[in-house]
Design a protein around this ligand. Structure first.
Ligand code: FMN
Length: 329
């Protein structure tokens, strides 16, 4: 059983130490551990070039073509059975590098698309390397640690919330999370025995979860949350008493009983949550129907497009090569 630690913080600082504490816990439960500090790796943003889709459609892998450190990290993720991730809160949300990784693992690693493509290739008699990497279809368990320097939880409001975006495309399952805010006051995590013990437990929880069917795996986070799938408590108010979990996409009905907010999510909504296969399957089908529509419109209107688009070319981009630094201080 392999447990990978990813730290998005500075080398040797809070995120590194907290992730490594979790790795010690996993190791004590028999896991083979590995660790990557992401801070100085080059993980560029997805440029939307669509090359991953084209490679897959042409019978190849569904992989990004940008030549940076992503393939190294991707391979470590695919090797792992469980992953513990710590990311610093920068301006209320996880550091930008984190979202770059989430996006690069996004549509190109969509479990529903991968499964459909692989089934089609098998039906066409393809075998071995002609099929997608089998590691794409492995269930994986995630522990998240959001790390903030400010004294109050209030200054980490979108930390864990955004960290939960990791892995839903590949249908990984988050089983534990921790909001390590107030790290300025802690000074160094090694001085806080309770915090280190909690991180050890996260590692033990991850190692213990490997191999457990998703339906049976427990939730180890400190709060149950309002959403039963991502365990978050952020809600988008739609209309009337209908609210939606922005991460899972599930709509529910809000009630207040004895001064407590409660949201009930129907079975249908839960089956179609983005954190479950039904949700990514819906999205795959939706995208396929969008493409049918696009081709229909292009058949009818395609010829008019070059003329209509001409005026947009008249506004040119600022010339970067003529830039002269003119900041006064
Ligand atoms: C650009 C920047 C923005 C930050 N914004 C926040 C913030 O909004 N809330 C917070 O609690 N801490 C914030 N911090 C503090 C970091 O989260 C904190 O120093 C954390 O320990 C960094 O992780 P590391 O020690 O593993 O590098 C910010 C730090 C930087 C550099």
């Amino acid at each position: 059983m392999k447990v990978l630690g990813l730290s998005f913080g500075r080398k040797g600082k809070n995120c590194d130490i907290l992730v490594k504490e979790a790795l010690f816990g996993a190791q004590a439960k028999g896991a083979e551990i590995s660790f990557i500090n992401m801070m100085n790796l080059k993980i560029g943003h997805c440029t939307g070039c669509g090359a991953c889709d084209k490679r897959r459609e042409n019978g190849g892998p569904s992989r990004c073509v940008i030549k940076d450190d992503f393939p190294f990290v991707e391979d470590a993720i695919l090797e792992a059975d469980a992953i513990v991730i710590a990311a610093p809160v920068y301006v209320l949300a996880p550091i930008g590098q984190y979202k770059n990784l989430v996006d690069r693992l996004g549509p190109s690693h969509d479990r529903s698309v991968m499964e459909k493509v692989n089934k089609e290739r098998m039906a066409a008699g393809k075998t071995g390397d002609e099929l997608l990497d089998p590691r794409l279809f492995k269930d994986r368990y995630i522990g998240l640690i959001s790390v903030g320097g400010a004294r109050t939880e209030n200054w980490t409001s979108m930390g864990l919330f955004n960290m939960r975006l990791f892995g839903f495309s590949m249908q990984m399952r988050i089983i534990d999370e921790y909001n390590a805010y107030g790290m300025g006051d802690v000074v160094n995590p090694v001085l806080d025995d309770a915090l280190c013990a909690r991180m050890n437990r996260m590692g033990e929880n991850l190692a213990g979860a490997v191999g457990t069917p998703y339906d049976e795996v427990a939730w180890y986070g400190d709060k149950p949350g309002i959403c039963p799938h991502c365990h978050g408590s952020m809600l988008e108010v739609k209309s009337g008493t209908t609210v939606e979990c922005p991460l899972c996409g599930m709509a529910g009905e809000l009630t207040i009983e004895n001064g407590e907010i409660n949201v009930s999510f129907s079975e249908y909504q839960q089956e179609h949550s983005r954190m479950r296969f039904g949700g990514v399957e819906d999205h795959r089908i939706e995208l396929a129907s969008i493409m049918e529509h696009v081709f229909e419109v292009l058949d009818k209107e395609g010829e008019r497009l070059p003329g209509l688009l001409k005026k947009y070319d008249e506004i040119k981009e600022l010339d970067r090569s003529k830039f002269v630094e003119n900041m006064k201080q």
